[in-house]
Design a protein around this ligand. Structure first.
Ligand code: CA
Length: 368
């Protein structure tokens, strides 16, 4: 895997989104052709983008390694085969076998997709894993995906995301009025309730829009990824915590008729490789975010700010309005939301007095 990625390079490549860029095979042809499984994997991330892109590429590579090269994986970053947001249709139609993406990008097709990445006031990493695996989440995700000919697995997580980059202080909800901000998913609908104009841009197009003033503010991920993007060149105020993406889960989306045509062993290998990446990516984010945040503050003069309670209360009220609309969409949207709410209450009650209470006391004792 390439190190020292040049940011300008990937932005240039990301600019090819939608163009018929030449496909580049990332992995060697298998030594044995028998039982070869050809997998074209498209992704919503720029090539070699830290965390999201490199995690997806690591997942693709793991499929090849676990199968001893029998899985012939061709990985296509955003724009190399189709544009980032065309990944869904490419796999649903059977043109490609798999995508790696954040499923909330598809909320325009059905709002329930948002729940399988992150939703406002949603789950933490531990909580969403518990919901998906043991509290009904995967069954609802399967029902939703099945309607599009897909079967999806958890395949990465960023953890709690930052609230975003602003070129002014955000002291009250009214500061969102008229703000043009990049924020996908239901979080975008929440700030729209506060008078902002949310836009959904793929990662490779955010920087140029922020620098040109086409957008006033943006969220992306967290210190590690955001430092790489150099958003501090156009916006100095860096707010936390993000209400919109408490732990964004990434997905390996598979064309279902292709997946189910494989042997049970091959299907299990794909799921295992995805589960592995779900864990590794989270570890990588947690290992890198702290040091990156310190550098942003010390070396780039970034001003770190916490959203105050008034702003958060406004987020909460606006979220309730958004959810009231989501459940009206369809029976599946309502059932997904209700499952989410019930799991958040039950799992969240335990997290409050386990992780939450412990971290509070530990940090108090350490004075941090
Ligand atoms: Ca984000």
């Amino acid at each position: 895997m390439k190190k020292n990625v040049k940011r300008r390079d990937f932005i240039k490549k990301a600019g090819l989104a939608g163009a018929a860029a030449a496909a580049v095979s990332s992995f060697p042809a298998p030594a044995i052709a028998a039982d070869r499984v050809d997998i074209a994997m498209v992704a919503t991330w720029p090539r070699d983008f830290p965390g999201l892109g490199t995690g997806a590429q690591r997942f693709a590579e793991r499929l090849s390694t676990l199968s001893d090269g029998r899985f012939n994986v061709e990985y296509f970053a955003a724009g190399e085969r189709v544009g980032a947001f065309d990944s869904f249709d490419e796999v649903a139609s059977g043109n490609a076998q798999m995508y790696h993406a954040a499923d909330y990008y598809w909320k325009g097709k059905h709002p329930a997709w948002a729940y399988f990445t992150a939703v406002p006031f949603g789950f933490s990493y531990s909580e969403i894993n518990a919901w998906i695996r043991f509290a009904g989440g995967q069954e609802l995700w399967d029902e939703l995906a099945d309607g599009y000919g897909l079967k999806n697995f958890m395949c990465g997580n960023t953890g709690v995301q930052m609230g975003g980059w602003f070129n002014k202080e955000i002291n009250s909800a009214s500061d969102f009025k008229g703000l043009k901000m990049r924020m996908p998913g239901l979080g975008g609908d929440v700030i729209a309730k506060l008078g902002a104009s949310p836009v959904s841009l793929p990662g490779g197009q955010i920087y140029e829009n922020l620098v040109s003033g086409a957008i006033d503010a943006t969220e992306w991920v967290g210190p590690w990824n955001d430092a790489f993007m150099k958003f501090y060149e156009a916006a100095k105020y860096y707010y936390y915590p993000g209400m919109h993406e408490p732990a964004s889960m990434l997905a390996a989306g598979c064309n279902k008729s292709w997946l189910t045509s494989l042997s049970a062993s091959d299907q299990a290998m794909i799921e295992a490789a995805a589960t592995c990446e779900n864990d590794i990516m989270m570890s990588e984010y947690n290992a890198n975010n702290g040091s990156s945040l310190k550098k942003l503050i010390d070396e780039q003069g970034v001003v770190l700010k916490e959203f105050n309670d008034d702003v958060y209360d406004a987020f909460s009220e606006a979220s309730a309005e958004v959810y009231a609309e989501v459940v009206e969409h369809s029976d599946l949207a309502r059932r997904t939301h209700e499952s989410f709410v019930n799991a958040r209450a039950e799992i969240g009650a335990w997290m409050k007095l386990s992780d939450g209470a412990y971290l509070k006391q530990r940090n108090r004792a350490l004075g941090v």
